[in-house]
Design a protein around this ligand. Structure first.
Ligand code: AFD
Ligand code: MN
Ligand code: MN
Length: 415
C-alpha cells in the first residue's frame, strides 16, 4: 500500500533539489500559495442546471446561512478560500449583523456583491428587453436603484465591491439601437458608480453572447474598458474566463488590462465552447498557467498591484457535487499559480530579447510540467487544512450528512 505521507515528503525533497540552482526558495513559494485566497460564489453551492434541466444534488443549502456553512467547510479543509461573493436578491440577509457574525466565526469575509438585472423576480418592471440599457427610462431607473440597494446590503456586510454583469443585448438585427444601448448603459453605470462608497470598486464584466444571441451590450474587454474609463479609476474590467469566443488569447487580454491598471479581477472557471462554467483548470490548465504568468510578471513589473485584483470563482455545477467541484477548482487554481511562480522571468525576458523562441518555450514547459502538488498540499497542511480535502470530504460522508440534515430535494436559492 503506498504511503501518502512518505510520497509527500519525497515530492517536496525532489522539488527542493529542482529549485537548488534557482533563486526560488521553497518556503517563499509555500507562503505565496498559502496566502493566495479565492472567493467562492454563493450560487455555486447548489446544482445550477442548464436551460435543458436541473438535477438536484441532495443536501443543497436552502438559505444564506447554509451556504455560509458549506463555504466555511471549504475554508476549513482547503485553506484556499476565506471569502464569499453574494448574489442579490438570491442572498438578501434577513439579519445582516447575524450573517456577518456567522461569516466571521467561519473565517469568511464578503468579496464583491453581484447585482441581478437579468431575471424577473417580482420587481414591478420586466428586464425582458434589457435593464441598464433599456429604452424605457423607468426600467433603467429600476435597474440602477437595484444596484444601489445591492451596494447598501454590501456595506452592511463589509463588502467593498460591486460586480455588474449585464445580460442586456438583442436577439435579432434591428431589435436594438447599438449606440443608444451603449449610451444608456454608460449613463446608468455613472449613477451606480456615483452611489458607491469611495473605498469600493466596480467590477464591470463582459460576455460575447448568452442570454442574448445577436448582440450583447458589453461583449468584450474593450467595451468594458471604454465604459470604465468614462466612470473613474475605481471602475475596472472583470475577466470571466468563460466569457470569450473560442481560441481567444485571454492571457494577452489580462496583460493588456494590467498594463493599463484596468484589471478588476477574475471569475475563474473553464470552458470548451462557451460560458460552460466548468471546473477551473479542468479543460485548459495551460491557459490558466499562462494567465498567472502574466499576472506575476505584471505585478513584478509594478504595472498593477497584485493586492488590487479580486480572485473569485464563478461556476455552476450540473453533474458534480458542488463542494467536490469547488475543492477541485481551488486546487487547480493553486497548482497553476504555483507552476507559474517557477518561471524565471529574467531568463524568459532574455530569451525574448535574443529571439530564442525555443529557449522561451523550454522555460515555460519546464515550469508547467513540474508536479507542484506537494507544494500546494504542504501550504494547506501548514495552514491547518486537510492534506487531501476531497478524500476527507468523502471519508467523512459529508454530503450524506447534508442530505440527512437538509433533505434530498433541498434546492439552493438562486438559479
Ligand atoms: C453567469 C453570467 C456571469 C455572471 C454570473 C453570476 O454569465 O458570469 O458573473 O452568472 O451572475 O455566469
Ligand atoms: Mn461571471
Ligand atoms: Mn458566466
Amino acid at each position: 500500500m503506498s504511503n501518502p505521507e512518505k510520497i509527500h515528503q519525497k515530492s517536496l525533497q525532489l522539488l527542493q533539489e529542482q529549485l537548488e540552482d534557482t533563486q526560488i526558495e521553497l518556503s517563499v513559494m509555500i507562503k505565496k500559495i498559502a496566502d493566495f485566497q479565492i472567493a467562492v460564489p454563493s450560487w455555486a453551492l447548489g446544482a445550477g442546471g442548464t436551460r435543458f434541466g436541473r438535477f438536484s444534488i441532495g443536501g443543497e443549502p436552502r438559505n444564506l446561512e447554509e451556504k455560509l456553512d458549506d463555504i466555511g467547510l471549504l475554508a476549513r479543509i482547503t485553506k484556499r478560500t476565506n471569502a464569499v461573493s453574494l448574489h442579490i436578491p438570491w442572498d438578501i440577509p434577513k439579519d445582516a449583523a447575524a450573517i456577518k457574525q456567522q461569516a466571521k466565526a467561519l473565517g469568511i469575509s464578503f468579496d464583491a456583491m453581484n447585482s441581478n438585472t437579468f431575471q424577473d423576480y417580482g420587481q414591478p418592471l420586466s428586464y425582458k428587453m434589457g435593464s441598464l440599457s433599456n429604452p424605457d427610462a423607468a426600467i433603467r431607473k429600476q435597474a440602477v436603484d437595484h444596484n444601489l440597494e445591492v451596494i447598501e446590503i454590501g456595506k452592511s456586510l463589509g463588502s467593498k465591491g460591486l460586480t455588474v454583469w449585464l445580460a442586456d443585448g438583442s436577439n435579432f438585427p434591428g431589435q436594438a439601437n447599438f449606440r443608444n444601448a451603449l449610451q444608456w448603459t454608460g449613463d446608468s453605470l455613472k449613477e451606480i458608480y456615483g452611489g458607491m462608497p469611495t473605498d469600493w470598486k466596480l467590477l464591470l464584466e463582459y460576455k460575447p453572447y448568452e442570454p442574448n444571441f445577436y448582440h450583447t451590450v458589453i461583449p468584450d474587454w474593450g467595451t468594458s474598458a471604454l465604459l470604465c474609463s468614462q466612470l473613474g479609476d475605481r471602475a475596472k474590467v472583470l475577466v470571466d474566463l468563460g466569457h470569450h469566443l473560442p481560441n481567444t488569447n485571454i492571457e494577452q487580454i489580462v496583460a493588456t488590462l494590467m498594463h493599463q491598471n484596468l484589471l478588476a479581477g477574475f471569475h475563474f472557471n473553464d470552458s470548451k465552447y462557451g460560458d460552460d462554467d466548468l471546473s477551473t483548470g479542468s479543460i485548459k490548465p495551460y491557459q490558466l498557467f499562462l494567465i498567472f504568468g502574466e499576472l506575476i510578471s505584471g505585478a513584478r513589473d509594478k504595472v498593477q498591484a497584485w493586492e488590487s485584483i479580486s480572485w473569485m470563482i464563478d461556476a455552476s455545477h450540473n453533474v458534480k457535487d458542488p463542494i467536490e467541484d469547488l475543492i477541485q477548482a481551488l486546487e487547480a487554481i493553486s497548482i497553476c499559480y504555483a507552476k507559474a511562480l517557477l518561471v524565471d522571468r529574467n531568463r524568459l525576458m532574455n530569451c525574448q530579447i535574443q529571439g530564442d523562441v525555443a529557449g522561451a518555450q523550454e522555460l515555460l514547459q519546464a515550469a508547467f510540467q513540474t508536479d507542484v502538488r506537494a507544494l500546494v498540499r504542504e501550504a494547506r497542511i501548514q495552514s491547518g487544512g486537510e492534506a487531501d480535502p476531497l478524500a476527507y470530504y468523502r471519508g467523512e460522508k459529508i454530503r450524506q450528512q447534508l442530505i440527512a440534515k437538509r433533505g434530498v430535494g433541498a434546492k439552493a436559492t438562486g438559479l
